[in-house]
Design a binder for this molecule. Structure first.
Ligand code: NOJ
Length: 735
């Protein structure tokens, strides 16, 4: 449709009809009985006539079903406007990729783009039009449960992933086959709640907010992301969903977002308990004035906007503006001409979990694993020695490998480590034991009573594994968090795996010195004891549908782990919030004065246990000192920084070369390191390659004392190395 036709349509719509377009209900309101419920049902009560006017639906998929729902919806609409179907397709639709935090660890945005493309194809075939991703909340506190949904703690890395994911979902045109709209979320700064407590207030200075927190979202806006979602939190005591400055001035005005803004689930109604709206009518007014186009899962717009307009409390022009944006999105998706878009049962059959998609998910998983320790090069394991291998732990034979924002229609499609390893060593016999259950029977995790072993069974399982470990040459223990321990509503104060799993590890490591621990998790955990008791540690996050194959390939050396941490790991949870790009402070620690009146704690090291960017490979690399082609630069010139990288081991391997900058002195204090470039390089044993990074003035800009953005002349340090702690650096001057 041409824009004039959309305008004519809008002009012909009644106020009720327009408000209907601004309402999103979940599919249960259409009588759909397999609706994915991703939030509280709240106080929503609507009658059949009201449902008919509703413009968007969330939480169900399936080509034939959505075609039928679309047909009914359009018949019931006075202007036969097609419905938008939305869902959380986060790290895959049915072929599940590693969780986004793991994807961040690949340092390979292209990988996220491919994953998004595949997810979009599967989701589009199943009739969906919009996914609620990418999540770009900067995550600097591992206690917060939703760190698993973000690429991690670094603004630059997040913005690279943001762009890649939006491009992967949307392609160059939404109406293309196999494309769906992305939705950046959660605007804004949801990732930094006080104390890591889910849904709590976020206090951030405007400088830090602008400097670090907007960058990821901006990446998605620049990639033309067609939707955005408000966040549940209040930012500096103003709930985002009612924050006119944040949504209209910052998101739309400064950042240039011109798509549809949707509230998070029931967030408009939640303005009342937040204490910023006295009642639903005021909530409706505040959210509309803030620029929220769609009210997700509350009846506030539906039941209160009309009266407010008629009483002249809100301007109908705001409603027209919102509806025009929604109609434009429907039009960009081509729904007026083709309301079913790509919904096709045949395509669903051909695409969902097809070999190519599974293969891509497997390759992606391999690239997200982070090798944290590998003493005496115990990994990779020799397949020929599989007879002497014991594999144990709650994840050794588990299908729950996908993370909390994945909704596989059946878990039968997800092979276990036991299955994949057995296939890989045909003819030999690996010994498998259960080791322990994740929790004791009856333990409560996030409102669910867990099934597991009782204390006697647990002791027997551990004892059986200890006996088997005595006879084994090597032991692989597959341990971790349960998948609901991260994700929405899953903040924790402890960053440890369950004590029974620790007991298993402690006792096995007493009788076998070759313990290789594989950790499944959606967040950084406390790894100090686990690493001390293990010869090798492989962190595999929640690796997805083909995680087991990827783990098998990496353990046996068919593939090498190339991931690098995109979130720093603490020694202890009490160090959180924690991130690498901190300040030196007025009293930095020095080798001469490591403690005393110096920054940090008296009882533990204050820096991360593993800092951002860290990860090992099966080989070793050497970096030459950094050289610059000039030691001075101006606003219009550029400097090239170069290192020579050499593979000093005896395997072909991949290194992630990282460049960090430091502005030594500015009108406000500047971080000790900021990531400004990275490149993954694969080299044969003994091979060397020159790696260079171009440094230009825009990379040196920051939010200055007077809140303007720009660079300041002076000395800058440039570091190029294997992670954010590298001291391999030199300096230049900006004139
Ligand atoms: C609430 C979550 O915060 C958001 O990320 C998600 O997209 C919506 N629920 C819809 O499920």
């Amino acid at each position: 449709m041409e824009r004039e036709q959309l305008q004519a349509l809008l002009a012909d719509m009644s106020l009720e009809e327009k408000i209907g377009q601004m309402v999103q209900l979940n599919a249960s309101f259409l009588g759909n009985n397999d609706t994915l419920i991703t939030g509280p049902m709240g106080t929503v009560s609507v009658d059949a006539d009201e449902v008919k006017l509703c413009g968007t639906i969330l939480g169900t998929a399936g080509a034939d079903k959505l075609k039928e729902l679309q047909k009914q919806a359009m018949e019931g609409q006075p202007h036969h406007i097609p419905m938008l179907f939305m869902m959380d397709v986060i790290n895959g639709f049915q072929t599940i990729f590693p969780i986004p935090l793991a994807q961040g660890c690949s340092f390979e945005p292209e990988l996220a783009k491919q994953g998004a493309q595949i997810a979009a194809k599967e989701a589009a075939a199943a009739g969906l039009h919009v996914t609620f991703t990418p999540m770009l909340d900067l995550t600097r506190d591992a206690r917060w449960g939703r760190v698993m949904e973000s690429p991690g703690e670094d603004p630059y890395l997040n913005s690279c992933f943001a762009k890649a994911m939006v491009e992967g979902f949307q392609g160059s045109s939404l109406s293309e086959k196999g494309r769906i709209s992305a939705c950046l979320k959660h605007f804004a700064a949801y990732g930094y709640p006080e104390g890591g407590r889910e849904y709590d207030n976020v206090e951030l200075s405007e400088r830090t907010f602008r400097q670090d927190y907007l960058t990821g979202y901006q990446g998605a806006v620049d990639a033309n992301c067609r939707m955005a979602m408000t966040s549940f939190n209040s930012l500096n005591r103003v709930p985002s969903t009612a924050n006119r400055w944040l949504m209209r001035d910052v998101l739309r005005g400064e950042m240039g977002f011109d798509g549809v803004l949707i509230s998070d689930y029931a967030a408009v109604e939640e303005l009342i308990p937040h204490g910023i709206a006295a009642d639903k009518r005021e909530a409706a007014k505040l959210a509309l004035e803030a620029g929220v186009d769609i009210d997700m899962m509350s009846d506030v717009y539906l039941h209160y906007l009309k009266d407010a307009v008629e009483a002249k409390e809100v301007d109908e022009a705001l409603i027209d503006e919102a509806v025009m944006r929604i109609l434009t999105l429907k039009n960009d998706l081509g729904l007026f001409e083709n309301p079913d878009k790509d919904a096709s049962a045949e395509d669903e059959k051909a695409l969902i979990l097809c070999d190519a998609h599974r293969q891509a998910a497997c390759e992606a998983a391999v690239k997200t694993f982070v090798l944290l320790k590998n003493e005496a090069q115990i990994l990779p394991l020799a397949k020929e020695e599989a007879d002497g291998l014991l594999v144990s732990g709650p994840y050794a034979d588990s299908r729950l490998l996908c993370g909390s924002w994945s909704f596989p229609s059946t878990y039968d499609n997800i092979p276990t480590i036991r299955e994949r390893m057995t296939e890989a060593v045909s003819g030999q016999k690996i010994t498998f034991t259960e080791g322990c259950s994740l929790f004791y029977d009856g333990e409560i995790v996030k409102d669910h009573t867990m099934e597991g072993m009782n204390p006697e069974q647990m002791e027997a399982a551990i004892a059986e594994t200890v006996e088997a470990a005595k006879k084994a040459k090597n032991v692989v223990l597959c341990l971790g968090e349960y998948y609901t321990q991260t994700g929405e509503g899953s903040s924790r104060t402890s960053l440890q795996i369950s004590q029974n799993q620790m007991e298993l590890l402690r006792r096995v490591s007493e009788v076998n010195e070759n313990v290789i621990t594989v950790i499944f998790s959606g967040r950084p955990l406390e790894m100090t004891e686990i690493e001390a008791l293990s010869k090798a540690v492989l962190y595999v996050w929640m690796p997805g549908t083909e995680g087991a194959k990827a783990i098998t390939d990496v353990l046996f050396g068919e593939k090498e782990p190339t991931g690098r941490l995109s979130m720093s790991f603490p020694h202890r949870a009490a160090q959180e919030p924690l991130y690498y790009s901190r300040f030196q402070g007025g009293r930095p620690r020095t080798p001469q004065e490591p403690r005393g009146f110096r920054i940090g704690y008296i009882d533990i090291e204050y820096r991360p246990y593993h800092s951002f960017g860290y990860g090992l490979s099966y080989s070793t690399f050497n970096y030459s000192p950094v050289s610059l082609d000039s030691s001075e630069m101006t606003a219009n010139s550029r400097i090239t920084a170069k290192v020579t990288l050499t593979n000093t081991g005896n395997r072909r391997a991949t290194e992630t070369v990282q460049m960090y900058l430091r502005d030594v002195s500015g009108s406000v204090i500047r971080p000790m390191r900021e990531l400004k470039g990275f490149e993954k390089v694969t080299l044969d044993p003994g091979e060397s390659r020159d790696i260079s990074f171009v440094i230009e003035e825009p990379m040196l800009r920051f939010v200055r004392m007077d809140m303007s953005v720009g660079s300041e002349p002076g000395r800058f340090e440039v570091f190029i190395g294997a992670d954010s702690t590298t001291e391999n650096g030199t300096a230049f001057v900006l004139k």
